[in-house]
Design a binder for this molecule. Structure first.
Ligand code: SF4
Ligand code: SF4
Length: 113
């Protein structure tokens, strides 16, 4: 077999989302933090987040990762949160983002697949 040519880029791993897959972790999350269901993905939380500015991580992304079951990305993003709570202060929908992050960490430990 002829050796692979290095073109300087590689193909990303498939990240197809199976929307029909039951997301037990998200269901549990909504029970713990009901205000999360009010999120409209406006991005105000991410816009105010210092960590987001430095790392590209923000609450809106974390929420999306949890919702869609992208736990690897969620784990990576969670480690950048400093629990400052600024995202909570600016949320126009009153989502308790700080509590959500604490619960995400806890739930992630259970559903890390
Ligand atoms: S600011 Fe609130 S409503 Fe907007 S994306 Fe963040 S959590 Fe959702
Ligand atoms: S609590 Fe975490 S996600 Fe929210 S603004 Fe602070 S560092 Fe960002």
């Amino acid at each position: 077999m002829i050796g692979m040519t290095d073109f300087g880029f590689k193909i990303h791993k498939d990240q197809l989302l199976d929307q029909d897959r039951p997301n037990v972790a998200y269901k549990e999350m909504i029970e713990k933090v009901p205000s999360l269901s009010l999120c409209i993905s406006c991005g105000s939380c991410t816009a105010t987040c210092n960590s987001s500015e430095m790392t590209g991580m923000g609450f809106r992304k974390l929420h999306l990762y949890l919702k869609t079951g992208l736990y690897v990305n969620l784990k990576r993003g969670l480690k950048y949160c400093q629990y400052c709570g600024k995202c909570w202060l600016v949320c126009p929908r009153g989502v308790n983002t700080r509590k959500a992050i604490v619960e995400m960490k806890r739930i992630f430990e259970i559903y890390k697949t």
